[in-house]
Design a protein around this ligand. Sequence first.
Ligand SMILES: [Zn+2]
Length: 181
Amino acid sequence: MTRKGARQREWTVAELQLLRDNAGKVPRRELSRMLKRGAGSVKQQVYRMRAQGEDITLRCFRSRLSTCPACGALRSRMGSEGICEPCRRRRQLAKVHERISHLLAQLPPDERAVYDDTEAETESSLDPMPPPPPLVGLTAYERERALEAREIAVEDWLARNLRRQVKAAQKRKERIAKKLK
Ligand SMILES: [Zn+2]
Protein backbone atom coordinates (compact mmCIF):
# COMPACT_ATOMS: atom_id res chain seq x y z
CA MET A 1 0.00 0.00 0.00
CA THR A 2 1.46 3.35 -0.99
CA ARG A 3 -0.31 6.50 -0.03
CA LYS A 4 0.71 10.07 0.51
CA GLY A 5 2.48 10.47 3.81
CA ALA A 6 2.96 6.74 4.37
CA ARG A 7 6.74 7.06 4.28
CA GLN A 8 6.76 9.77 6.94
CA ARG A 9 9.42 9.45 9.53
CA GLU A 10 8.27 8.09 12.92
CA TRP A 11 8.01 10.65 15.70
CA THR A 12 10.70 10.15 18.36
CA VAL A 13 10.00 10.60 22.07
CA ALA A 14 12.17 13.74 22.06
CA GLU A 15 10.25 15.23 19.12
CA LEU A 16 6.91 14.54 20.78
CA GLN A 17 8.13 16.24 23.94
CA LEU A 18 9.35 19.24 21.99
CA LEU A 19 5.94 19.42 20.32
CA ARG A 20 4.10 19.22 23.66
CA ASP A 21 6.34 21.88 25.20
CA ASN A 22 5.95 24.36 22.37
CA ALA A 23 2.57 23.80 20.72
CA GLY A 24 0.35 26.83 21.25
CA LYS A 25 3.33 28.84 22.50
CA VAL A 26 5.38 29.34 19.37
CA PRO A 27 3.85 30.06 15.94
CA ARG A 28 3.18 27.05 13.67
CA ARG A 29 5.90 27.97 11.18
CA GLU A 30 8.49 28.22 13.93
CA LEU A 31 7.36 24.87 15.35
CA SER A 32 7.76 23.23 11.90
CA ARG A 33 11.26 24.64 11.66
CA MET A 34 12.22 23.39 15.14
CA LEU A 35 10.96 19.89 14.31
CA LYS A 36 12.26 19.92 10.73
CA ARG A 37 8.85 18.67 9.63
CA GLY A 38 6.25 20.01 7.25
CA ALA A 39 3.22 21.91 8.46
CA GLY A 40 0.95 19.02 7.43
CA SER A 41 2.97 16.47 9.37
CA VAL A 42 2.88 18.58 12.55
CA LYS A 43 -0.84 19.22 12.17
CA GLN A 44 -1.55 15.50 11.68
CA GLN A 45 0.47 14.55 14.75
CA VAL A 46 -1.36 17.11 16.91
CA TYR A 47 -4.65 15.75 15.57
CA ARG A 48 -3.62 12.21 16.59
CA MET A 49 -2.61 13.36 20.07
CA ARG A 50 -5.89 15.20 20.56
CA ALA A 51 -7.77 12.07 19.43
CA GLN A 52 -5.93 10.24 22.24
CA GLY A 53 -7.16 12.79 24.73
CA GLU A 54 -4.14 15.07 25.00
CA ASP A 55 -4.76 18.76 25.67
CA ILE A 56 -2.69 20.14 22.83
CA THR A 57 -3.34 22.81 20.23
CA LEU A 58 -1.38 24.71 17.59
CA ARG A 59 -3.45 27.82 18.18
CA CYS A 60 -1.21 30.41 19.79
CA PHE A 61 -2.59 32.64 22.50
CA ARG A 62 -1.51 36.20 21.93
CA SER A 63 -1.45 38.11 25.15
CA ARG A 64 -2.32 41.79 24.98
CA LEU A 65 -0.58 42.44 28.29
CA SER A 66 2.81 44.10 28.58
CA THR A 67 5.20 44.49 31.47
CA CYS A 68 5.04 47.75 33.40
CA PRO A 69 8.63 49.11 33.63
CA ALA A 70 7.95 50.51 37.13
CA CYS A 71 6.40 47.52 38.98
CA GLY A 72 7.14 44.60 36.64
CA ALA A 73 3.52 43.43 36.64
CA LEU A 74 1.65 42.43 33.48
CA ARG A 75 -0.78 45.21 32.62
CA SER A 76 -3.28 45.90 29.85
CA ARG A 77 -2.82 49.67 29.76
CA MET A 78 0.13 52.02 30.12
CA GLY A 79 -0.53 55.71 30.57
CA SER A 80 1.18 58.63 28.89
CA GLU A 81 4.04 58.36 31.40
CA GLY A 82 4.71 54.80 30.23
CA ILE A 83 3.70 53.18 33.52
CA CYS A 84 0.54 51.39 34.65
CA GLU A 85 -2.38 53.08 36.39
CA PRO A 86 -1.73 51.39 39.79
CA CYS A 87 1.83 52.79 39.68
CA ARG A 88 0.61 56.27 38.72
CA ARG A 89 -1.99 56.22 41.50
CA ARG A 90 0.57 55.02 44.06
CA ARG A 91 2.84 57.94 43.18
CA GLN A 92 -0.10 60.32 43.37
CA LEU A 93 -1.09 58.89 46.76
CA ALA A 94 2.47 59.20 48.07
CA LYS A 95 2.50 62.89 47.10
CA VAL A 96 -0.78 63.58 48.91
CA HIS A 97 0.48 61.68 51.98
CA GLU A 98 3.66 63.73 51.92
CA ARG A 99 1.60 66.93 51.82
CA ILE A 100 -0.55 65.64 54.71
CA SER A 101 2.48 64.95 56.94
CA HIS A 102 3.73 68.42 56.16
CA LEU A 103 0.37 69.92 57.22
CA LEU A 104 0.04 67.68 60.28
CA ALA A 105 3.41 68.83 61.54
CA GLN A 106 1.95 72.32 61.79
CA LEU A 107 -1.01 71.24 63.94
CA PRO A 108 -0.91 71.18 67.76
CA PRO A 109 -0.31 67.57 69.05
CA ASP A 110 -3.86 66.99 70.41
CA GLU A 111 -5.47 67.98 67.10
CA ARG A 112 -2.94 65.89 65.16
CA ALA A 113 -4.15 62.77 67.02
CA VAL A 114 -7.70 63.26 65.68
CA TYR A 115 -6.47 63.15 62.08
CA ASP A 116 -4.15 60.19 62.70
CA ASP A 117 -7.21 58.16 63.76
CA THR A 118 -9.11 58.80 60.54
CA GLU A 119 -6.23 57.32 58.53
CA ALA A 120 -7.27 53.77 59.42
CA GLU A 121 -10.85 54.32 58.20
CA THR A 122 -9.92 54.78 54.55
CA GLU A 123 -7.96 51.49 54.52
CA SER A 124 -10.92 49.39 55.62
CA SER A 125 -13.23 50.36 52.74
CA LEU A 126 -11.32 48.48 50.02
CA ASP A 127 -13.03 46.05 47.64
CA PRO A 128 -12.09 42.37 47.93
CA MET A 129 -9.61 41.05 45.37
CA PRO A 130 -11.13 39.29 42.32
CA PRO A 131 -11.04 35.50 42.84
CA PRO A 132 -8.79 33.30 40.68
CA PRO A 133 -10.65 31.81 37.70
CA PRO A 134 -11.80 28.14 37.75
CA LEU A 135 -9.43 26.37 35.34
CA VAL A 136 -10.83 22.84 35.52
CA GLY A 137 -12.06 21.50 32.19
CA LEU A 138 -10.48 24.28 30.14
CA THR A 139 -8.16 23.70 27.22
CA ALA A 140 -4.66 25.17 27.36
CA TYR A 141 -5.79 28.04 25.14
CA GLU A 142 -8.88 28.79 27.23
CA ARG A 143 -6.77 28.64 30.38
CA GLU A 144 -4.35 31.26 29.04
CA ARG A 145 -7.31 33.45 28.17
CA ALA A 146 -8.94 33.05 31.60
CA LEU A 147 -5.65 33.85 33.35
CA GLU A 148 -5.21 36.98 31.26
CA ALA A 149 -8.75 38.10 32.08
CA ARG A 150 -7.90 37.67 35.78
CA GLU A 151 -4.74 39.77 35.43
CA ILE A 152 -6.85 42.54 33.92
CA ALA A 153 -9.49 42.21 36.67
CA VAL A 154 -6.74 42.54 39.31
CA GLU A 155 -5.31 45.59 37.53
CA ASP A 156 -8.75 47.24 37.48
CA TRP A 157 -9.33 46.33 41.12
CA LEU A 158 -5.97 47.82 42.19
CA ALA A 159 -6.58 51.00 40.20
CA ARG A 160 -10.11 51.38 41.58
CA ASN A 161 -8.98 50.99 45.19
CA LEU A 162 -6.08 53.36 44.71
CA ARG A 163 -8.33 55.99 43.10
CA ARG A 164 -10.57 55.73 46.14
CA GLN A 165 -7.59 56.06 48.50
CA VAL A 166 -6.33 59.10 46.60
CA LYS A 167 -9.75 60.73 46.83
CA ALA A 168 -9.99 60.01 50.57
CA ALA A 169 -6.47 61.33 51.17
CA GLN A 170 -7.21 64.50 49.20
CA LYS A 171 -10.32 65.16 51.32
CA ARG A 172 -8.32 64.55 54.44
CA LYS A 173 -5.65 66.97 53.24
CA GLU A 174 -8.32 69.62 52.62
CA ARG A 175 -9.82 69.14 56.09
CA ILE A 176 -6.42 69.58 57.72
CA ALA A 177 -5.57 72.57 55.54
CA LYS A 178 -8.87 74.21 56.55
CA LYS A 179 -8.06 73.60 60.21
CA LEU A 180 -4.76 75.45 59.75
CA LYS A 181 -6.38 78.60 58.37
ZN1 LIG B 1 3.21 49.43 37.33
